[in-house]
Design a protein around this ligand. Structure first.
Ligand SMILES: Cc1cc2nc3c(=O)[nH]c(=O)nc-3n(C[C@H](O)[C@H](O)[C@H](O)COP(=O)(O)OP(=O)(O)OC[C@H]3O[C@@H](n4cnc5c(N)ncnc54)[C@H](O)[C@@H]3O)c2cc1C
Length: 377
């Protein structure tokens, strides 16, 4: 018998399993490796909350999650878990035309108002820059009608991070099982484990971290969790021989962005297809949208080689907030999902704080705004 079964092997479930095992729990993680797993498709932007326009609880979670990254990466390094692609890097909010400019001005006002209220980001980490400087920092840019530079940002490779969390978790004793959880077992109103394929895995606590697929389990527990798949299509390019590792992330234009990585890799993202259903496929319209938005802002990407296209299903909640904490309907059952477009930034920290809740500890963040109880009618 395990103390805890974690359902889902994306970044959120792997983080919960890793943190729980580090605290001495006996953990089994079950993963079905669905096509469309969001973690494997994510662009890897860690915006640090600097350019966040989210609500206060989400902003607070984003800042804490971003601040937690260095400690997590150090811990994974100490566990010899392998590279994660994590690095601090600047992020540039860009307006490329007059329509962008209107949105840019509204965003800039909100960002500076938040800075005045919270002191984040520090004044030296946020400044408006001239178009020439923006193009010097990111040479493929075209017209620039406004640019704001934040130094309080970073990037992480979702696939590498997941592999590192898995490797470190397994070394510390997490048992990983490939399989599909059909339901959570409930006895006398308490979680008692899960049914996997034709077998029962007994445990005293269950963490449902099944990304967009989570409602299939929570609905049966009389606890509707309003999370649905939002498809994202994303394209990996290569600009050989350019010092792309030093280029900032480009953000803020019509929900699209460009993330530069070392070795000439440039990631252009992404569609946000709310209502897509469980169809993790690339579409002609999606690919055209991603390329045309990237090249509208950065026409210098035209000669880049198209290396790979990915598609993932973001677990998007009805109100845009993550869903974290105990399920009020079943003692010992917990949920950690709904991170939408920000799960690579938020997910490692969410896994940790839900793990704290499982262990009866007070998490570093008030979970009340994220409680699944908010969806109860
Ligand atoms: C194109 C794209 C770009 C993105 N860019 C960014 C970004 O730049 N920054 C950022 O912070 N976030 C980004 N995200 C969002 C981020 O990737 C997700 O929010 C995050 O990865 C969600 O992680 P998860 O563990 O909740 O879900 P997932 O990664 O989807 O994992 C869920 C896992 O649970 C398994 N599972 C589900 N049900 C069961 C079951 N019953 N039994 C067994 N296993 C089950 C699935 O098979 C899957 O492996 C992006 C997402 C996409 C698609």
């Amino acid at each position: 018998m395990s103390d805890v079964v974690v359902v889902g092997g994306g970044v959120v479930g792997l983080s919960a399993a890793y943190h729980l095992v580090c605290e001495g729990a006996r953990v089994t993680l079950v993963d079905r490796s669905d096509a469309g797993q969001a973690t494997a498709a994510g662009a890897g932007i860690l915006s640090g909350g600097a350019l966040s326009r989210g609500t206060d609880p989400l902003h607070e979670l984003a800042v804490k999650a971003f601040d937690y990254y260095p400690a997590l990466i150090a811990r994974l390094e100490a566990d010899d878990a392998g590279d994660t692609g994590y690095a601090r890097c600047p992020l540039m909010l860009i307006a490329s035309d007059e329509r962008d400019r209107r949105e840019f001005e509204a965003a800039r006002a909100a960002i500076f108002a938040r800075q005045a209220a919270t002191g984040r980001p520090a004044p030296e980490d946020l400044r408006e820059i001239a178009p020439d400087e923006a193009r010097r920092l990111f040479p493929p840019l075209g017209d620039v009608h406004g640019a704001l530079l934040s130094r309080a940002a970073g990037r992480v490779d979702g696939r590498l991070l997941a592999r590192a969390l898995r490797r470190a978790g397994e070394r510390r004793g997490v048992r990983i099982r490939q399989g599909s959880v059909a339901r959570v077992l409930v006895e006398h109103g308490r979680a008692a484990g899960v049914a996997v394929d034709r077998e029962e895995l007994r445990a005293s606590s269950v963490v449902i971290a099944g990304g967009a697929w989570s409602p299939a389990l929570t609905d049966a527990l009389d606890m509707p969790v309003r999370v649905a798949p939002q498809r994202g299509q994303i394209i990996h390019l290569r600009l050989a021989g350019r010092p792309t590792g030093e280029w900032p992330i480009i953000s803020g234009f019509r929900e699209h962005y460009i993330v530069a990585w070392p070795g000439g890799r440039i990631v252009a993202g992404a569609t946000r297809e709310t209502g897509s259903g469980f169809e993790p496929v690339l579409t002609a319209g999606g690919v055209r949208e991603v390329l045309s938005q990237a090249m509208r802002v950065a026409p210098g990407l035209a000669p880049a080689e198209v290396v790979e296209m990915r598609v993932g299903l973001r677990p998007l909640s009805a109100d845009g907030l993550p869903v974290l904490g105990p399920l009020p309907s079943v003692e010992g059952a917990y949920v950690a999902t709904g991170h939408g477009p920000s799960g690579l930034q938020l997910g490692p920290f969410s896994g940790k704080i839900v793990g704290d809740a499982v262990l009866g500890r007070t998490p570093d963040v008030d979970l009340a705004p994220f409680s699944p109880a908010r969806f109860r009618v």
